[in-house]
Design a protein around this ligand. Structure first.
Ligand code: ADP
Ligand code: ADP
Length: 215
């Protein structure tokens, strides 16, 4: 369960997120849409502990989120816009990095990596360097890395923007699978098709959130 209470994010004098409150229960997918600069990324960063919250608070399953390391340790997974992958490592190495940090048994890590890469249709590409992959393939690797972590919260920032419709459907289905196993999922998107597929849909504009379709 994600619970935001009057969350405000500021960069100097600029208010990027203004007094936003909502909850996302486990098992639900919330889409947040809105124009460029509306504050969608900042909202996800606040949930992920990646930007300071100037006012209000973010709580996930009872823990008040203070910073990124605590959020990551609590199972809050961010799939960042622009994918955030290490370009000169392989796809598989990118997936393994956060999993090794959790100190999972090696066999379990390998199985989760294989499943996640197969899930995004890249079972054969695990040993390719990220920089050798197309933009869309890189985006699917970033999704696979997020999913392999099996977080309690998944935050996907424009994670289908470079995908054709069949891969977009595949990625959305994977995010819904994450919800079905109990994750709370938030997707920031420009794409009306993505927003339609979600359980709830909120619109952001100038940092403020309003509901199109409630959970
Ligand atoms: P989009 O509109 O596609 O969501 P943005 O242009 O808002 O993307 O942001 C893309 C990246 O640029 C983000 O990682 C953000 O940190 C950075 N960024 C956006 N606006 C600013 C700014 N005014 N100052 C510094 N960095 C910014
Ligand atoms: P969106 O994801 O909806 O495009 P963002 O959260 O990226 O919105 O940006 C919201 C506002 O905050 C924009 O005006 C953007 O320029 C600004 N912004 C984003 N990141 C930064 C940053 N790191 N530093 C300063 N301003 C930023």
């Amino acid at each position: 369960m994600i619970r935001l209470s009057q969350v405000t994010v500021r960069y100097g004098d600029l208010t990027a997120v203004s007094d936003v409150s909502f909850t996302v229960p486990p098992g639900f997918v919330l889409a947040v849409s809105g124009p460029s600069g509306a504050g969608k990324s900042s909202l996800l960063w606040a949930i992920a502990g990646a930007v300071p919250v100037a006012k209000g608070q973010v709580e996930v399953d009872g823990l008040v989120i203070k910073d990124r390391p605590a959020a990551a340790a609590h199972g809050i997974v961010l799939i960042p816009q622009g994918n955030g992958l290490a370009r000169v490592l392989t796809a598989r190495e990118n997936l393994s990095f956060p999993l090794r940090a959790e100190q999972n048994p090696a066999g379990d890590v390998d199985r989760r990596i294989d499943e996640a890469l197969a899930g995004v249709g890249l079972a054969e590409s695990g040993d390719h360097l990220v920089e050798e992959l197309s933009g869309g393939e890189q985006q699917r690797v970033a999704v696979a890395r997020g999913i392999a972590q099996q977080g309690r919260v998944i935050l996907a920032d424009e994670s289908t923007s470079e995908l054709d419709s069949s891969n977009r459907e595949r990625v959305l289905e994977l995010l819904h699978d994450q919800a079905r196993r109990g994750a709370a999922v938030v997707i920031a998107t420009h794409d009306p098709n993505v927003a339609d597929s979600a359980d709830g849909h909120a619109l952001m504009d100038e940092g403020r959130l309003s509901w199109v379709r409630r959970l």
